[in-house]
Design a protein around this ligand. Structure first.
Ligand code: ADP
Length: 489
């Protein structure tokens, strides 16, 4: 909008008509005082100001306008009646633009000047707007940067307070921060601590993890600088992701040396104890067999029953010790399988016979369903039979109210599948994932049924050694189905 200030109403009228005819919005004031009031209230793109007015004249108005921050940029065109005004105009004001036009007004020249000033005003407005946006953008960025800095500082303080060695790395895996504990194991913040020569090289696995965007969990022995001792640590490095991807990584080394030492002692004890128990047990077994074969032992006599019971208990003890020995072998990486070609059908029959023999006091029947396995399998027959016997023993043990067990077999080109189905107490859905874990027993049934929770763990290790798979079939029926698959070759 353009403001025309003139004490002559007819001048205002003619200028208004001219400007409106060219599409401009126009406002007017009949005195300097009125003009000043209006400019403070409204926004004007241009003021056309008569120099000679009673009261506050045009120059005074212009000077006042240049003093207000709101109006100091508003361009002014003076209307001067006499030539002498020009020298006053030339003294200049601090306003955005000053020009003059002499009376009588030449409409063409006035329009030319109005248009120029109007365009100038619009550009100034646009520039101001852009500047505002830029300023707010800078402000936002500054704020974001500060927030990021605060977060990083917070993270570093947290990492510093941890009882572990802690560090961060950038998206490409370069270490960016280490806490004080780091320096107990490494002199340089960019280099991982020295690893025991027999353990995995951290740098190599770490590079692999960064390339494949995978978290890292690794047990390694790292060297403490002061003592020169290698101590077991659990190294974990996890990615910090945002919308774009992995921006950084956070890592910790947790000291697990004491825990490892305890585990080693426990395994050593298990190994020694089971070996020591094995020798007298073998003698007891032999003496029981001798007793059984004595000619004056009558078959149906009480004496024969007691010998039989003693034999059953000794067998249980024997398999328990065998399991404990297996556990210590697994821990030491010594559970080896001797692979040879064998007939799986014969193995299934032998396992069933063993089960009928060892569970002669229980009423049950094992059914066979599925294909007969004609192709020979390359594996450790003794160990595979151990798995099958374990599944069958559990099937009987955990089915006190059922007398039916089914062995399912199927094959495809490369592998065979064997499953043992029972109709017993079943396993709660949320416990199924842990069932093959060492010493795990389902709480609900652990009091009623005795056991150590190591049988399935050993089975899993044996199947792993054969590159096979194992698990529990999900079924909504009552009971459980354990299965394993192994490749023929
Ligand atoms: P154990 O039988 O000596 O406890 P296992 O490793 O053989 O050890 O089995 C682990 C746990 O899995 C058992 O304690 C039991 O809770 C559960 N389990 C195993 N087999 C069955 C089954 N057939 N039915 C129900 N629960 C089972």
């Amino acid at each position: 909008m353009i403001l025309i200030v003139d004490d002559q109403i007819e001048n205002i009228y003619s200028l208004e008509k001219l400007l409106k005819s060219k599409g401009f919005e126009v406002d007017s004031a009949l005195s300097g005082e009125e003009a000043l009031k209006k400019v403070l209230k409204n926004d004007y793109a241009l003021v056309i100001l008569d120099v000679q007015m009673p009261g506050i004249d045009g120059f005074e108005v212009a000077e006042t306008l240049s003093g207000y921050s709101k109006t100091k940029e508003v361009p002014i065109i003076f209307l001067s009646a006499v030539n002498t005004d020009k020298k006053f105009i030339a003294k200049g004001y601090a306003s955005g633009g000053i020009d003059y036009i002499t009376k009588p007004v030449d409409p063409d020249i006035l329009m030319l000047k109005v248009k120029t000033f109007y365009r100038l005003y619009e550009q100034t407005l646009a520039l101001n707007e852009t500047q505002k946006i830029l300023e707010s953008e800078i402000e936002t960025r500054k704020k974001a940067q500060q927030e990021l800095k605060d977060k990083v500082e917070h993270l570093h303080t947290t990492l510093e307070s941890l009882p572990q060695i802690a560090f961060t790395a950038d998206g490409r895996g370069r270490i960016t921060f280490v806490n004080k504990r780091w320096y107990k194991y490494s002199r340089c913040p960019e280099t991982f601590p020295e690893v025991h020569p027999d353990d995995t090289c951290i740098k190599k696995v770490w590079q692999h993890c960064v390339e494949h965007s995978q978290p890292l969990a690794l047990e390694v022995r790292i060297k403490e600088l002061k003592s020169g001792h290698f101590c077991f640590h659990l190294l974990r490095i996890i990615p910090v992701k945002d919308k774009i991807g992995i921006r950084s990584w956070v890592g910790t080394f947790t000291d697990i040396h004491d825990q490892k030492e305890e585990e080693r002692k426990k395994d050593e004890f298990l190994s020694i104890a089971s070996h020591e128990l094995k020798t007298p047990l073998t003698s007891i077994k032999a003496y029981i067999q001798l007793l059984e074969r004595m000619p004056d032992v009558q078959k149906e006599s009480k004496f024969a029953t007691y010998i039989n019971r003693a034999q059953n208990q000794v067998n249980k003890l024997d398999s328990l010790i065998a399991d404990l020995l297996d556990i210590s072998k697994i821990e030491n990486g010594k559970l080896k399988v001797n692979k040879k070609r064998f007939d799986m059908e014969k193995l299934i029959e032998s396992a069933m016979e063993t089960i009928y023999y060892t569970h002669s006091h229980v009423q049950f029947k094992i059914e066979r369903k599925g294909e007969t396995i004609t192709q020979e399998v390359n594996g450790d027959a003794f160990r595979i039979e151990q798995v099958l016997i374990n599944f069958l023993t559990n099937a009987i043990k955990y089915s006190p109210d059922s007398d039916k067990i089914v062995i399912h077999t199927t094959t495809d080109r490369d592998q065979l599948y064997i499953a043992v189905q029972d109709f017993g107490i079943g396993i709660p859905e949320h416990k199924k994932n842990n069932i093959f874990t060492k010493f795990y027993r389902v709480e609900e049934s652990s009091v009623k049924f005795q056991g150590l929770g190591i049988g399935l763990y050993i089975c899993a290790e044996i199947i792993k050694q054969h590159d096979g798979t194992y698990g529990i079939e999900s079924s909504s029926d009552q009971g459980t189905t354990f299965y394993f698959t192994i490749p023929f070759n």
